[in-house]
Design a protein around this ligand. Structure first.
Ligand code: PLP
Length: 438
């Protein structure tokens, strides 16, 4: 296997030959890079399956009620991945018409699809109403009144099945840009100012709304299970004060993943142990039946499964002695460092067990000084054309990618025991200069 500290960051099918050449699912990565171009993104089927199975097994062990794992599509989604995940029996959390459409095309049943968003459009709400989605997760009072109005105009007399997104007063302990639980968060109905309680009362009294559950999502890249426990306690106190027993309860997603060997333990058991114990304890305290528990992992389900491959281009040393290695991607396919100083590591695919390494900065090819992939990383001597792999590239990279400098979005491959499948083609230019999927 690759150098000892990187193994837990790589897909589980990664292996290193005695010559130090890294493979994933037994595939020659240089051949794939030649065939599909770089940057190239790979998703390891075995890792995703392992994550899904681990979640389901843990839920069976620690939650005595019904449960559903619903993938947060925003982490990365494409029609190809939609088919794969639907076949694994997951539910899905979507936030746009595009994600909803791909979920349906992939085969997710409407009853396993829920719609999020702090400012949903009429088209998005209407589409969710029309398919009778599992739930529309109402984010604010304004949306609650508007949705009721839209539901009242339906001809089929179906009530809108909703959850309320509730914002408790807990501290997410993550980067401010991915903390959704603060007092000034744009997301959710705050408990503190009485809006969450008002929404429960309003929804229950409405002839057009069917209040089925409560939801909260505290932020992303969280490692402290106590944050979840506290939030769940606050949501159940709210429910108790309104005498509302939720049929469904979702503590969101947000569990962190390790991007570098120094990151904390990302074991699912810590997260699920805390979440399930909290829900079970609250229901026991109140004498209420257990709700159907709906988890919404995004990053933790697909983060480690994905890797990004780049080819080395120009290299230089700055006057201060900084070793710069430029690769053929960067900010356009992965804006996470520029957005919130996300940390990564990297390795050279043909020197996965290097003898000698030195500190380098991995930069992209785009016209921004902030186009840095990794400010400090230990790498061996590399040459133009060598393949660099960035692990834990499966979440919030391609889904936040852009065509900056009119760069095409990369191809995405699914690597399984039975071979390679194209999940997403590399973009090509159309006549007006814009990029499109061929
Ligand atoms: C409502 C909601 N659920 C789930 C997620 C998934 O979070 P993560 O990918 O950190 O698990 C997000 C991410 O922003 C979210 O907003």
């Amino acid at each position: 296997m690759p150098s000892i500290n990187l193994t837990p960051l790589l897909p589980i099918s990664a292996d290193t030959s005695p010559q130090g050449i890294l493979t994933i699912a037994n595939q020659d990565l240089d051949l794939l890079a030649d065939q599909y171009g770089t940057p190239l993104y790979l998703y390891d089927a075995a890792t995703i399956r392992y994550q899904v199975n681990t979640l389901n097994r843990l839920l069976e062990q620690v939650y005595p009620g019904e449960s559903l794992v619903a993938y947060a599509a925003k982490a990365y989604f494409s029609e190809g991945l939609s088919h794969k995940l639907a076949a694994m029996g997951l539910g899905i959390d979507v936030v746009s018409l595009g994600e909803l459409e791909l979920a349906l095309r992939g085969g997710f049943p409407p009853g396993a699809i829920h719609l999020h968003g702090n400012n949903k459009s009429e088209a998005e709400l209407s589409a969710a109403l029309q398919i009778n989605a599992q739930a529309i997760v109402v984010d604010n009072l304004d949306e609650l009144y508007w949705l009721e109005n839209l539901a009242s105009r339906r001809r089929d007399n179906h009530k809108a099945r909703i959850w309320l997104r509730v914002t408790p007063t807990v501290q997410g302990h993550t980067h401010a840009h991915i903390d959704t639980s603060g007092a000034n968060s744009k997301f959710g109905l705050h408990i503190e100012n009485g809006q969450a309680a008002a929404a429960i009362r309003y929804a229950r009294a409405s002839a057009w709304l069917d209040l089925a559950g409560l939801h909260t999502h505290l932020g992303s890249q969280l490692f402290d299970p106590h944050t979840y426990r506290e939030a769940i306690h606050q949501l159940y106190q709210l429910a108790q004060s309104e005498h509302f027993q939720p049929q469904e309860f979702s503590p969101g997603g947000g569990w962190g993943v390790r991007y570098t060997a120094n990151d904390p333990d990302d074991n699912y058991a810590l997260w699920l142990g805390a979440v399930c114990a909290a829900v079970v304890e609250e229901c026991a305290r109140l004498g209420w039946p257990l709700p159907r528990l709906v988890l919404e992992p995004g990053r933790s389900l697909v983060g480690r499964a994905g890797v990004a491959l780049y080819r080395v281009g120009a290299q230089k040393t700055t006057p201060s002695g900084l070793r710069l290695i430029a690769v053929d991607g960067g900010l356009a396919d992965n804006p996470r460092h520029a957005l919130y100083q996300a940390r990564y590591t990297a390795l050279a695919v043909r020197q996965a067990n290097p003898g000698a390494t030195s500190q380098a900065r991995l930069v992209g090819k785009f016209c921004e000084s902030g186009d840095v992939l990794i400010p400090e990383v230990l790498l061996p001597q590399v040459e133009r054309g060598d393949l660099i792999l960035v692990p834990v590239a499966g979440a919030y990279q391609l889904s936040m990618s852009s065509n900056y400098n009119l760069a095409p979005r990369p191809a995405v491959l699914w690597l399984a025991e039975n071979g390679v499948e194209l999940l997403q083609k590399r973009e090509v230019p159309n006549q007006s200069g814009w990029w499109m999927l061929p």
